[in-house]
Ligand binder design. Structure first.
Ligand code: THU
Length: 129
């Protein structure tokens, strides 16, 4: 399981969420193997489909800064049970993460479930070329 510091960083990230439509803040903390942490929050739009989820924000921040060697991802939502990431985010995780990378899902009471990328998206679509 991710350490409590990483969970706290995901919770902190959720405080920056831009959620005027859903009022559902989500935060993520993504750590690289060399210890860099990228935080992300969900960023919504009046055109709902343009919304970017918290975990994709964190992944895109890291990739755009040249980091692709990931160790751990924590996702926090104000849910009763540990948050379940959407299908789009599972596909993006599958693109950039080792399939055995642990993803820690955190509920509002800080209870957690850890699942690998493979468990989150079995039989995922991969590059056909
Ligand atoms: N959301 C995330 O940011 N991550 C998830 O894992 C689940 C959903 C966001 C998208 C939208 O801003 C809000 O939560 C409600 O769907």
């Amino acid at each position: 399981m991710a350490d409590t510091k990483l969970i706290d960083l995901a919770i902190e990230a959720s405080q920056h969420a831009y959620v005027p439509y859903s009022h559902f803040p989500v935060g993520a903390a993504l750590v690289t193997k060399d210890g860099h942490v990228f935080q992300g929050c969900n960023v919504e739009n009046a055109s709902f489909g343009l919304t970017n989820c918290a975990e994709r924000t964190a992944i895109f921040k890291a990739v755009s800064e040249g980091y692709r060697d990931f160790a751990d991802l924590v996702i926090y939502g104000e849910t009763d049970k540990p948050i379940s990431p959407c299908g789009a985010c599972r596909q993006v995780m599958s693109e950039f993460f080792n399939q055995d990378l642990p993803v820690t899902l955190v509920a509002k009471d800080k209870s957690t479930v850890v699942m690998t990328v493979r468990e989150l998206l079995p039989y995922s679509f991969t590059d056909l070329t």
